[in-house]
Ligand binder design. Structure first.
Ligand code: DOR
Ligand code: ZN
Length: 346
């Protein structure tokens, strides 16, 4: 007998849609399964003002396939020049749902991010006052900190002092990759939540580095030891409302990944729901999948969960997701979980 599970339609609380031809390729993949997504603003140039976000939202809407039921939830990229009044107006208009903080130099297209937190304090204070969430890429960028320690050091030296300084600020610690991040979000007082990606639930650094280097597993924050992966799986499947899905699906063309200095990012939008069902089944927690993918995120963002549902069915025959997607500029590789997936999205 086949096993199936029906849950409310999921949302993705951290997604890179890019622009132009790449967006044309990846947007239908997200819209197929997800009702809404928090759209990352790290375009080149970044989405900094309300005007930028409005124009980007229009481009996304125009690229949606006919009949798609998908709502992009826009964000602004925080810079040291960000105008708090512009942010406030964009939030009041319902245009934006969060502001994104990239420490300058932390990751792809983060050069315009924050170098000195003193220079954005007035924006963060305004956000705390109006209840607008701050999504944080939680890694320090100082060269003397090892890349595998950058999340942990960020918690101690940046995030905790910042939250003590502005305790009313609503913070989402994004793409948590360590047990330290999990412990912090679980135990901290005040208004904090965290997202977890699909790939960090499925792989650890051995998958990326043992037996050869696999550039399609390279992302930031970088995948950590297996013990951290275990902590992420425990948190995601716990049902704790502070944890929810943000895929961080981040497409880069194969040419940019398979090279001497490859880009960070894993493209996981098409097969994420099949991967998650497998993870939750392995953890004996299929009954918590809906909380993680469809309930905790909207509750955190003050939105109603989706009324529509999706059904996943476990079959003997594995899913047949394409290994690669063609874009007009070249191929794009899908996240390979390294194991056959049996949960089909109907
Ligand atoms: O792996 C990543 N890719 N991490 C990020 O923070 C950015 C993203 C991208 O935009 O490619
Ligand atoms: Zn991201």
């Amino acid at each position: 007998m086949s096993q199936s599970i029906t849950i409310r339609r999921p949302d993705d609380w951290h997604l890179h849609l890019r622009d132009g031809a790449m967006m044309q390729t990846v947007l239908p993949e997200t819209a197929r399964h997800f009702a809404r997504a928090i759209i990352m603003p790290n375009l080149v140039p970044p989405v900094v003002t309300a005007e930028d976000a409005l124009a980007y939202r229009d481009r996304i809407d125009a690229a949606l396939p006919d009949g798609a039921d998908f709502t992009p939830l826009m964000t602004l990229y925080l810079t040291e020049q960000t105008d708090p009044d512009d942010v406030q107006a964009a939030f009041a208009d319902g245009l934006i749902h969060a502001v994104k903080l990239y420490p300058a130099g932390a990751t792809t297209n983060s050069q315009s991010g924050v170098r000195d937190f003193k220079n954005v304090r007035h924006v963060l204070e305004k956000m705390a006052e109006i209840g607008l969430p701050l999504c944080i890429h939680g890694e320090v960028t100082t060269h003397d900190v090892d890349i595998f320690d950058r999340e942990q050091v960020f918690l101690e030296t940046v995030l905790d002092p910042l939250r003590r300084d502005i305790p009313e600020l609503k913070v989402t610690l994004e793409h948590i990759t360590t047990s330290h991040g999990i412990d912090y979000v679980r135990e901290a007082s005040g208004d904090i939540a965290g997202t977890i990606t699909t790939h960090h639930l499925m792989i650890n650094r051995n998958h990326m580095l043992v037996g050869g280097i696999r550039p399609h597993y390279y992302c930031l924050p970088i995948v950590k030891r297996a013990e951290h992966q275990k902590a992420l799986r425990a948190a995601a499947t716990s049902g704790n409302p502070r944890f929810f899905l943000g895929t961080d699906s981040a497409p880069h063309l194969d040419g940019a990944k398979e090279t001497a200095c490859g880009c960070a990012g894993v493209f996981s939008a098409p097969n994420t729901m099949s991967c998650l069902a497998q993870v939750f089944e392995e953890e004996g927690a299929l009954d918590k999948l809906e909380a993680f993918a469809s309930l905790n995120g909207p509750a955190r963002y003050g939105l109603a969960p989706n009324e529509a549902t999706i059904t996943l069915e476990k079959r003997d025959a594995p899913c047949t997701y394409p290994a690669k997607y063609d874009t007009p500029d070249g191929p794009l590789t899908l996240f390979d979980p390294g194991t056959p997936l049996h949960w089909h999205v109907l």
